[in-house]
Design a protein around this ligand. Structure first.
Ligand code: ATP
Ligand code: SF4
Ligand code: MG
Length: 322
């Protein structure tokens, strides 16, 4: 059985003119030790997916449907009290711009300590302090920084502290939402390598949300490509690199600059993501697709299996479309 099972997760935001269908029917499994990248351009629903998996969507957002099964329990059915016991302890998220969330008035160690004491009230002060020091070591920060204030830390160090906080309650799944965006590329590579090592050593499931295809393919073993609130391709990193199927995945690749191939022709994906308020029931990529045909306008394709470990939502692929 998978560590985490996400089924048909669907989240809308209420607007004056109708619902913004920001996340539609997200489904995937995550194994222990699995590192899944969720990728797509801005506004395609990546953060909504992350917060929905944590059942942390707030008004005007609403989870309309779906299940998120962790340890046989559905997080979406839990009330606030039940959720409080699970969030951070079983599943943790490093949200976008998390490093700005460190409280400048408190010492770094105390901030991690508070998170631990909240979830392990029975732990003694000595044990909790030792755990903070262990976590600082784990993320490559000298334990003397326990007494340092956030403004003394570089961006990379703050990010390591945030990872330590995410790990503080020993979660089984970590969702990292653009955790390294804005950091120097070398620091970004170090931090992601660290996250990957911790995930593999501890058998965690890791979900890395990003818009950077090169980074995600370097670190993840599976990739989900999102477009306009839907998963349009889900497969192994090898398949995404060698045999991408969905026209959007292919377009994303041709729009990436390759630092190892300066002769590569870089093209942009023409057009913009469609409006998600009352969207038409056609393929959401229709207006930008250079391979569209008549059927694509009639109904939005579902994500179907085209081979082992390869699912695609496009009428050009597979023959079992409804
Ligand atoms: N709090 C909110 N209220 C209303 N609409 C929202 C809210 N948060 C997100 N949305 C809408 O939901 C859609 C998906 O947004 P989301 O932030 O999940 O995308 P994203 O892929 O994370 O984008 P980015 O790469 O810019 O972080 C967008 O149309 C966005 O405008
Ligand atoms: S279903 Fe049609 S419009 Fe959509 S990506 Fe495939 S070919 Fe293009
Ligand atoms: Mg986002």
């Amino acid at each position: 059985m998978a560590l985490l099972e996400v089924r048909n997760l669907t989240t809308y935001y209420e607007t004056k003119i109708g619902y913004n269908e920001a996340l539609q029917g997200l489904s995937f499994d995550l194994e222990a030790g699995g590192i899944l990248g969720l990728i797509g351009e801005s506004g395609c629903g990546k953060s909504t997916a992350g917060f929905s998996m944590m059942n942390m969507i707030e008004y005007p957002g609403k989870i309309m449907d779906g299940e998120v099964i962790l340890d046989g329990k559905d997080l979406i059915k839990m009330d606030r009290n039940e959720l409080r016991k699970v969030l951070w302890k079983d599943i943790a998220m490093i949200p976008q711009s998390a490093m700005n969330a460190l409280n400048p008035a408190y010492k770094v160690g105390k901030q991690i300590l508070e998170a631990i004491k909240l979830h392990f009230p029975e732990m003694s002060q000595e044990e909790a302090v030792a755990k903070v020091e262990h976590l600082l070591n784990l993320v490559g920060i000298d334990a003397k920084w326990y007494h340092g204030y956030p403004h003394k830390l570089s961006g990379g160090m703050k990010q390591r502290i945030i990872i330590a906080m995410a790990l503080s309650c020993d979660p089984k799944v970590i969702i990292s939402d653009e955790a390294t965006t804005g950091l120097d590329v070398l620091i970004e590579a170090q931090i992601l390598a660290l996250l990957k090592k911790i995930a593999l050593d501890r058998g965690l499931g890791l979900i890395i949300i990003s818009h950077d295809l090169n980074m995600v393919t370097a670190i993840c073993n599976r990739i989900g490509i999102m477009y306009a609130g839907m998963l349009v391709e889900l497969t192994t990193t090898e398949n995404v690199l060698r045999n991408p199927k969905h026209p959007y995945t292919r377009a994303l690749f041709s729009s990436q600059i390759d630092s190892k191939d300066f002769d590569k022709k870089v093209t942009s994906v023409d057009g913009v993501v469609p409006k998600l308020v009352n969207p038409e029931d056609k393929c959401r990529f229709y207006d930008r697709c250079n391979r569209k045909f008549e059927m694509c306008e009639r109904k939005c394709p579902s994500l179907i299996s085209i081979s082992d470990n390869h699912r695609v939502a496009c009428y050009l692929e597979g023959d079992n479309h409804e």
